[in-house]
Write a protein that binds this ligand. Structure first.
Ligand code: ARG
Length: 536
């Protein structure tokens, strides 16, 4: 699409054909120009080796709006993923830790990708690969047995578990024998001791209950919560298979896979004390997922910091003789989130918890609504949709690998490129449509020949392509950008044209454009995980 539509609605640069056709680009453009004779569709012009297309605006408007309106909420959907399965591993929180902003991006990107793949006909399986394995859980049980009570943990949730864990480390400084006690409890979990497992599973439940509140607010769902501990009884298969395939070597008493030829440090499989590792569990999980879901793709939506980890164990699975490791496993990496210019550090106490963030977002949105539209019905509900939407939008606004710096003023600005701005445009369409009421007239598409209407139409027409691109690259921001561009173009149209004036047929066409915009924005917002309030 040329940046300036005076150069055509679409352009085709003929330079790349020059070599194969042994002809100068202007000559190619000229020949193509003569060959294309479809006045109902477009007019083509040859300008310096570019073939510039000028659409027949009336037909383009009719065609686009009729296509969108044939099944408005399905515009952009397809069956291209039919018969294919994608497993997505996202959010993947850690037990006994509070859900903080560090797990925001994985949760939101994963949620959006799930919706996008679903929309394109894939079968999706979303997995929350819980961090529920490790010696810390032994220590936590030890601390709980010594200083905790059931009531306090039930009431305090993850905060109380954290308090117990911190206390363990303080006390262990003076009483190192506590470390042994912690280890013994961990061993008990491993050996399936009834009491140990009962406490541990209850810790899990309490953590998930907290997390569920966040998931509910965000509209996030999972098909499976099989986390690290789920693979306890699947470790042997991995280790035996690695050994049978001669991939294990000993290093300082540990078992590792050498990755020197690929210029990576060795992948640690079994520690000297016999314990398996994060990577071992990921390998087991990949094999299990392949056997269980027969995926065509398995995505890991995990921070960029874990890049090496994924490259290492993907390579190990490939070396095990599974060719799919190469083209079906994918680390969908993303950058860091900082908060109003500050990086987040657990150690220095600068942690932002997700439910606090979402709570504040809703409060701030409510303040703004009270100023702008104090008589709005169901203000609380709209404040939730707008506040949460602002957070989601800021996270999915740019290419995922970019670091994000979250600022309230920026996120909640109704005029900038923000979630509330796009939601507001959707609500604006709704208010135009309510004013218009039922129009019986047959749309006259010559009412949409102006540049502003055509700009909106071009964006609506390419929306399906934007969704497909988002899926192909696992980049939700492409949908964010598409809805934002539609909102901007529609607002420009809205300010420069009177929708409900003139002949009823002309009004009908402009109203249909408005209806299509509202519907496509709603779909786009849904695909990134946002709601679209009717009024705001
Ligand atoms: N629980 C891990 C963390 O918080 C993320 C797990 C990602 N998924 C995976 N299969 N490794 O860092």
């Amino acid at each position: 699409m040329p940046p300036d539509s005076k150069m055509g609605d679409f352009a085709f640069p003929c330079f790349r054909l020059s070599k194969a056709l042994r002809m100068g680009p202007p000559m190619i453009a000229q020949k193509l120009c003569e060959a294309i004779d479809k006045p109902a569709l477009c007019r083509a012009e040859n300008v310096n080796g570019y073939l510039n297309f000028f659409l027949n605006r009336e037909n383009f408007a009719r065609d686009t709006l009729q296509k969108v309106m044939a099944a408005p909420e399905k515009w952009g959907s397809s069956e291209e993923g039919k018969g294919k399965t994608v497993v997505m591993d996202y959010s993947s929180i850690n037990i006994a830790k509070r859900f903080h902003i560090g797990h925001l991006s994985t949760t939101l990107i994963g949620n959006s990708l799930r919706r996008i793949y679903d929309f394109l006909g894939w079968k999706t399986v979303s997995v929350n690969h819980l961090g529920d394995w490790g010696t810390q859980f032994g220590k936590m049980i030890c601390a709980y047995k010594r200083w905790g009570t059931r009531e306090e943990v039930e009431a305090g949730g993850v905060d109380e578990m954290t308090r117990l864990y911190v206390r363990f480390h303080e006390e262990a400084k003076a009483h190192p024998e506590l470390e042994d006690e912690g280890r013994a409890w961990f061993k008990k979990i491993e050996d399936g001791d009834v009491e140990a497992l009962e406490i541990f599973n209850w810790f899990k439940e309490v953590t998930l209950k907290d997390a569920m509140k966040v998931y509910d607010v965000l509209g996030v769902q999972f098909d499976s919560y099989a986390g690290e501990s789920f693979y306890n009884n699947k470790m042997d298969r991995v280790i035996n298979e690695l050994r049978d395939k001669n991939l294990l070597v000993e290093s300082d008493g540990a078992q590792v896979v050498d990755l020197e030829p690929w210029k990576m440090p060795p992948c640690l499989i079994v520690k000297r004390d016999g314990a398996t590792l994060y990577a071992t569990r990921d390998i087991a999980a990949a094999l299990y997922r392949k056997d269980t879901y027969h995926f065509d793709k398995c995505l890991y939506i995990v921070a960029y910091q874990q890049d090496l980890h994924f490259r290492q164990w993907f390579k190990v699975v490939e070396l095990m003789g599974y060719p799919w490791a190469k083209d079906q496993l994918e680390h969908v990496a993303f950058g860091m989130v900082s908060y109003e210019g500050q990086t987040l550090s657990t150690r220095e106490g600068r942690v932002i918890y997700l439910n606090d963030l979402l709570q504040r977002a809703q409060e701030k949105a409510l303040e703004i609504i009270n100023q702008k539209n104090p008589n709005l019905e169901n203000k609380e509900e709209v404040a939730r949709q707008v506040g949460v939407g602002a957070v989601v939008y800021s996270d999915l606004q740019n290419s995922r690998i970019k670091d994000i710096d979250f600022w309230w003023d920026r996120a909640l600005n109704f005029d900038g490129e923000t979630g509330p701005y796009v939601q507001y445009t959707h609500a604006r369409c709704g208010s135009v449509l309510r004013k218009a009421g039922d129009i019986e007239a047959t749309p006259d598409y010559t009412a949409l020949l102006d540049d502003e209407a055509q700009a909106v139409l071009r964006l609506l027409a390419r929306f399906p392509e934007d969704v497909r691109a988002a899926c192909r690259t696992n980049e939700p921001f492409m949908v964010t950008r598409a809805v934002t561009e539609i909102a901007k173009a529609y607002n420009k149209y809205y300010y420069e044209h009177r929708i409900l004036e003139g002949e009823p047929e002309a009004q009908a066409a402009r109203v249909q454009l408005t209806r299509a915009v509202r519907s496509v924005i709603k779909t786009g917002l849904y695909l990134i995980g946002m709601e679209a309030p009717e009024r705001m």
